[in-house]
Design a protein around this ligand. Structure first.
Ligand code: C2E
Ligand code: MG
Ligand code: MG
Length: 680
């Protein structure tokens, strides 16, 4: 057989055939080989076949080649050969022969790649398809270039995309744009051969459905002739992600209000303090609820929680979306805000106050709150702790020293009262009793002090010490005062119609009420309806309230008192002697009556020290045209003592107890006496 014949036979062989020498160098390849493997004849020639054999198969191939050379017999072996487009599995049979005295080996190779694929399909096709189509996890096959060559049924279920939208397209197109780079990088890492498997998280693009977060495990089987690419198995991690997000959220958020917690706040503040953006000024507001504890104690934690959730919502709505509202702990909240959202610290403080002012509609009824707010401008040179301490101090400065609530007493009974309060205010269960104020020299009634009473349907008549702090703590004192003023207006009008004149009348108020913007108009209304002259009307404010409020920075008490005084209304310092105020401080306020507290008056007969204090007070009052009223006169022997000390007027059980309206007329025995009283 000549070379040409050999050549043409060689080319006619149905199998791929190559000729190598004993060292493996390639000398010839037939057309089928070139076609199958994609190498041209020139590319075959001179190369060592071992270069084209899969590294894992070389040892075996070399051993087999040795056997062929040594023993002249060959056995068919399977090995992976590198084709231009990837690896192919071939069955190779070697036959030695001589050419020009040189030993040659004819290798004929049958390609098994396709047959293997067919075998798999042929043996298990139903099972295989069923597995592929019904498995919950996604299986994709991509070639070395990243093109999807096969996809399991999970893809449609997960993304709504049919095979035609995915097959023969790059896998990167199946994921959201933001994840494409990381997917390409993963494939690149696998191609570089550093790793055989990579796990990454991507989000699959959904066709008209929500995107599906997926974990892809990509295995490099490019070298596996059966696969010749990457196998991607993916599973839906929506639940996992949700749980993870929730965990992250929990770690940084308060479970009750869902606001960021203290840890998140510190992080955020730290971020803003260290931000390179020096153009933004950050405000930090510290908020402490003034009446939360009593509500919590009276109504229980569920209601306390309800209130905190509502407060959180109000605060959140009071600021901009990019401001941070955090629950600092308990009833304390901190807001980190951008100055440009609020113009000035004061504006933010007012906004927060205003947000918490309207009553809260809770399941047990309406609750009123007030809060102390401190706002500071964040100094970027400070650390988080210092900034928070400054804001806290600013808040503290705003908070006046509140009267201790008596919540520890008979909580159950008080809670019941508290629950009924709103109804009681609406149902007219509050009434007013009047205690006469008498002239010490004549014993004549010169005026009346209006004192609130609660006519409770089951418990009978309740005095202020049984309900006043509950009303205060639930923020409804304003409503009580409104009710009292309306009754006073009505009663005084009746009294005027019955007797032809109106006595002086005094009402009690709290600092919160007096400083309320609506208070002056409420009083004006009372005077008008009751036909009361302004200078026959007195507003009493306890010394303690007056002091606590006037000492506070930014208090509006002096302004509010001045407004009332300007309207011609009298102002009395009630319960004087319990607040340890300095007289010099009081004279700066437009006060024209001092009511010496009952506890002070009680010891006056036996205690010379008290006598000298009252004497000094009465002396000063005389010099500044103030009236001094001795409260709580119970015994006749107290009368000459306080009168001699310089007190003009008195109140007390000795003269008359607080009485309902009906009893007043009887008190004013004659019209002449009444007229005399009014002119005093
Ligand atoms: P207050 O303004 O100092 O009223 C005087 C209190 O002393 C009244 O108690 C009165 O009943 C009581 N009292 C008068 N004379 C004597 C006496 O000789 N001996 C004794 N032991 N007590 C005497 P009440 O009515 O229980 O009122 C207590 C406090 O509740 C009042 O003290 C006032 O601060 C406050 N209050 C009463 N009504 C109202 C109201 O309508 N609004 C506000 N905000 N507070 C009110
Ligand atoms: Mg009073
Ligand atoms: Mg008093």
């Amino acid at each position: 057989m000549d070379n040409d014949t050999l050549g043409s036979l060689f080319d006619l062989l149905p199998d791929a055939a190559v000729v190598i020498d004993s060292l493996g160098v390639l000398h010839a390849a037939n057309a089928t080989a070139s076609e199958l493997y994609g190498w041209t004849l020139e590319e075959w020639k001179g190369r060592n076949l071992l270069e084209l054999i899969h590294p894992d198969d070389i040892e075996w191939a070399a051993a087999s080649l040795g056997t062929v050379v040594d023993k002249d017999v060959g056995t068919a072996i399977e090995l992976r050969l590198r084709a231009r487009d990837g690896w192919r599995l071939v069955e190779v049979l070697g036959t030695p022969f001589e050419e020009h005295g040189e030993q040659r080996i004819l290798l004929s190779a049958r390609d098994l790649t396709g047959r293997r694929g067919w075998e798999v399909a042929g043996d298990d096709t139903e099972l295989f398809r069923a597995l592929m189509q019904n498995s919950a996890s996604l299986t994709l096959l991509i070639d070395a270039a990243g093109i999807v060559t096969a996809a399991s049924g999970a893809l449609i279920r997960m993304t709504g995309r049919g095979p035609e939208q995915v097959l023969n397209r790059p896998l990167t197109e199946a994921v959201i744009p933001g994840d494409r780079d990381s997917l390409s990088d993963a494939l690149q890492t696998l191609r570089a051969g550093d790793q055989r498997q990579i796990t990454i998280e991507v989000v699959l693009n959904g066709a008209g459905r929500p995107a599906v977060p997926c974990q892809f495990s990509i295995v490099d089987l490019v070298d596996d002739p059966t696969v010749g690419g990457f196998v991607v198995s993916g599973h839906d991690i929506s639940e996992l992600r949700r749980a993870r997000i929730e965990l992250e959220h929990l770690a940084g958020h308060d479970a009750l209000t869902a606001l960021p917690n203290r840890a998140r706040l510190v992080e955020e503040l730290d971020r803003r303090l260290n931000s390179s953006d020096r153009r933004t000024t950050t405000l930090v507001a510290f908020i402490d609820l003034d009446r939360f504890k009593p509500v919590n104690d009276l109504y229980g934690h569920d209601i306390g929680d309800e209130l905190l959730v509502s407060v959180a919502l109000r605060l959140r709505n009071a600021v901009r979306g990019d401001d941070l509202v955090a629950r600092f702990g308990g009833d304390e909240f901190v807001i980190v805000a951008d100055m440009k959202n609020h113009d000035a610290p004061d504006v933010l403080a007012q906004r927060l106050h205003a947000a918490l002012t309207p009553h809260f509609e809770l399941s047990i009824g309406d609750v009123h709150l007030s809060a102390s707010v401190g706002v500071v401008i964040c100094d970027p040179s400070r650390d988080v702790e210092t900034v928070l301490a400054e804001a806290d101090a600013a808040m503290y400065a705003q908070k006046y020293n509140r009267r201790p609530s008596v919540q520890d007493r008979a909580v159950g009974a008080r809670r019941e009262l508290a629950e009924r309060l709103t109804t009681a205010l609406e149902a007219g269960e509050f009434v007013v009793h009047y205690q006469p104020i008498v002239a010490l020299d004549s014993g004549a009634w010169v005026g009346l002090e209006a004192l609130a009473r609660w006519q409770h349907p089951e418990r009978g008549l309740l005095r202020p010490d049984q309900f006043l702090d509950i009303i205060e703590n639930t923020g409804q004192i304003g409503r009580l005062d409104t009710v009292v003023l309306a009754i006073v207006a009505h009663d005084m009008q009746c009294l005027r119609q019955a007797t032809g004149a109106t006595p002086g009348v005094a009402v009690n108020a709290t600092a919160a009420e007096i400083t309320h913007p609506d208070y002056p108009s409420l009083v004006a209304e009372t005077l008008r309806e009751g036909g009361i002259e302004a200078d026959r009307f007195t507003v009493e404010l306890s010394e303690r309230e007056m002091l606590e409020r006037t000492n506070r920075h930014g208090s509006t008490i002096p302004t509010s008192l001045a407004a009332l005084a300007d309207a011609g209304i009298h102002i009395a310092v009630d319960d004087f002697g319990t607040g340890y105020s300095s007289l010099t401080h009081l004279v700066t306020l437009p006060i024209d009556t001092i009511k010496i507290d009952r506890s002070f008056v009680a010891g006056v007969v036996h205690d010379p020290q008290r006598r000298s204090v009252i004497a000094a007070l009465a002396g000063m009052a005389k010099n500044t045209n103030m009236t001094v009223i001795a409260e709580g006169i119970e015994q006749a022997q107290q009368i000459p003592v306080v009168r001699n000390l310089g007190c003009n007027l008195a109140q007390g059980f000795h003269f008359a107890r607080p009485m309902p309206y009906d009893a007043i007329e009887i008190g004013y025995r004659t019209e002449a006496e009444l007229r005399e009283a009014i002119t005093l």
